[in-house]
Design a protein around this ligand. Structure first.
Ligand code: NAP
Length: 317
């Protein structure tokens, strides 16, 4: 099969389009013929092996996984003998963490869900990492209740555009933070208010939000205090600098405003929930741009700028 492989850490230029052995599914795996993919910041973090402490899990001296890529959608080709919920021909999507920059991936149960019937393969491929992060950030970490005032910083990218919509599903009053060019887009997602960070300095802004969700990751602990009138709670999703993140985490443990940080985890229930939101027409995927399989390195170069509106998709076949 065709796959992008890499033997060393580095930028998109270390990805080599090659022929690679098609995987054979284990008893608890499902072999998927991939139709579409999407790219996330985690791909360039794993590609570059940055931040360096991440190499403790992805390979200290050289990368553990030759084929990176997580979010996929496609068609089940064969299933392992322990699989009962999926059969050949099913249309599926998910995020297995690695192995997706290829024509086939063998994915474990829990990292696969049934594709929403009304979604294209490209749209379904955008749901995994960003959708799970938004859902778990709003529901499990933020514990958002109806009527609560929620600020989402970095609300126009992959995670953010899902977070705005999911916070509305949970009944929140949502204020999003993005740049001028995305204000109308974020309003169209259902945000009640939008703050343009090019006109308002978020490090000086004050508010009485119940919850602040920092998707972009540039807020300091003092910002969480100012934005919640020192009486709310916060969720850290992304990060921009280590010092910022460490400061916020330490403040969040000892200060009055409690902050939670987490790494989203795939599970079948949450993939099914995302699929249902899409089928019910209450969660929409905004695709910023679509690349071909051969253009995956270009897609990564594009998303590294961190100004994606919604998601970047890849058409595989
Ligand atoms: N914890 C987890 O499990 C988890 C999972 C997924 C992602 N993440 C992290 O979450 C972060 C966001 O991921 P993503 O997929 O949403 O990225 P993305 O699709 O690249 O979105 C980036 C967004 O950030 C916004 N942005 C840029 N500068 C900003 C600023 N100064 N203030 C506010 N917003 C700003 C951009 O909006 P404008 O174009 O309007 O500037 C853009 O829409 C990344 O750091 C990623 O690594 C964490």
């Amino acid at each position: 099969m065709k796959a992008f492989i890499r033997h060393q850490y580095g930028g998109p230029e270390v990805l080599q389009l090659s022929q690679y052995e098609k995987p054979t599914p284990a008893d608890d795996e499902i072999l998927v013929k991939i139709k579409a993919l999407s790219v996330n910041p985690m791909e360039w973090h794993i590609l570059r092996g940055e931040p360096y402490f991440a190499r403790l899990t992805v390979g200290l001296l050289s990368p553990k996984h030759k084929i990176i890529g997580s979010d996929y959608s496609g068609i089940v080709e064969t299933v392992g003998k322990n699989i009962v919920d999926f059969k050949p021909g099913d249309e599926v999507f998910g995020e297995p963490f690695h192995g997706s920059f290829a024509e086939y991936n063998a994915v474990k149960i829990g990292m696969i869900g049934h594709k929403p019937k009304n979604a294209s393969f490209e749209e379904a491929a955008c749901l995994g990492v960003a959708g799970l992060t938004a859902l778990q950030g709003i529901r499990d970490q933020g514990k958002i209740r109806p009527g609560e005032k929620v600020l989402i910083n970095g609300c126009s990218g992959g995670v953010g555009h899902f977070a705005v919509q999911i916070a509305k599903i949970f009944g929140a009053v949502v204020t999003g933070v993005c740049s001028s060019r995305n204000v109308e887009f974020v309003k169209s997602l259902g945000a009640d208010e939008v703050i343009d960070y090019t006109k308002t300095n978020m490090h000086q802004h004050r508010g009485n939000f119940d919850v602040v969700i920092d998707v972009h990751g540039n807020l300091k602990y003092s910002d969480f205090k100012n934005l919640t009138n020192n009486s709310g709670r916060g969720v850290l999703i992304g990060f921009t600098t280590m010092s910022n993140m460490m400061g916020a985490m330490i403040g969040g443990i000892f200060g009055k405003v409690k902050l939670k940080s987490f790494t989203a985890a795939s599970n079948a229930t949450d993939l099914a929930q995302l699929s249902k939101y899409v089928e019910d027409g209450i969660l929409k995927v905004n695709i910023d741009s679509t690349y071909t399989f051969e253009q995956i390195p270009d897609a990564i170069t594009y998303i590294e700028k961190m100004h994606t509106r919604g998601k970047v998709a890849i058409t595989v076949s």
